[in-house]
Ligand binder design. Sequence first.
Ligand code: ADP
Length: 266
Amino acid sequence: MKLNIKRIIILFAVSFVFSLLSGCLPEDSTGEEEAVAGSTNREPISKEDDKGNKENEDVEDKMDLEKCFGLSAGNKKVEEIIINKTKLVILKGDITKLQVDAIVNAANERLQGGGGVDGAIGKAAGHEIYAECKAILDERKITALPTGEAVVTSAGKLEGVKHIIHTPGPRWTQIEDKELAAKLLKNSYVNSLKLAKEKNCETVAFPSISTGVFAYPLDQAADIAISNTVNMVKDGEYTPSMVIFILFGDKEVDTYTAAFAKIKNN
Ligand code: ADP
């Protein structure tokens, strides 16, 4: 009996020491293999990235560019440049097909919906975004947002988008002082980007503000859009992963591509 108790105590002691030791050992090798396999099996998001600039590799690794750009919904990538680690992209297509942190709406001053890109965004996001706009205007005790200012709402029903930034650009025929018109259009871009920064957006998309119903000359508007965005990025004032300019027609695409070329050649 005495011998048995001794044996049991020894057995306990041995198993206790053994369990202590195994707790200090590294994770078993199967788990480790799985983790490595997970990372190496990841598909490269775009072949172009492999050949292209390595600076943005980390950011693009985390993004599904096909979804982000809405490629399967018919959007097309036209051009890109990278400045200060921010990728500036020209896409052809429909802004409501993008999956980005923020899209910008070329709104009118009353922020209650309209035609063109505003109509398309309202249709896709639902009219609750205009109710949010109304609440913002009411709070400020105004009925119209001054040209060039910007406000932010939710993205309503738009899946894959977090925020909609609404900005009324200048109406070309109603502003005689064309320098003022240019300043107001610049404000639309700069104020929208400031709001996007405030909301920690890594991906932002712009339509061609003011160049539809508001009739701003396309070439001048494209230069203002691109140069002011580039300046903010270059200065390090706001360096998101990506700013997209998404254009509906061939003429807009060609004009914005020409504006991009000027930046590239500088
Ligand atoms: P604005 O009143 O500021 O001139 P518009 O909506 O009339 O704004 O036009 C701005 C630009 O948006 C035009 O170039 C127009 O072709 C374009 N646009 C219209 N619908 C869309 C859309 N769904 N996605 C992207 N751009 C669009």
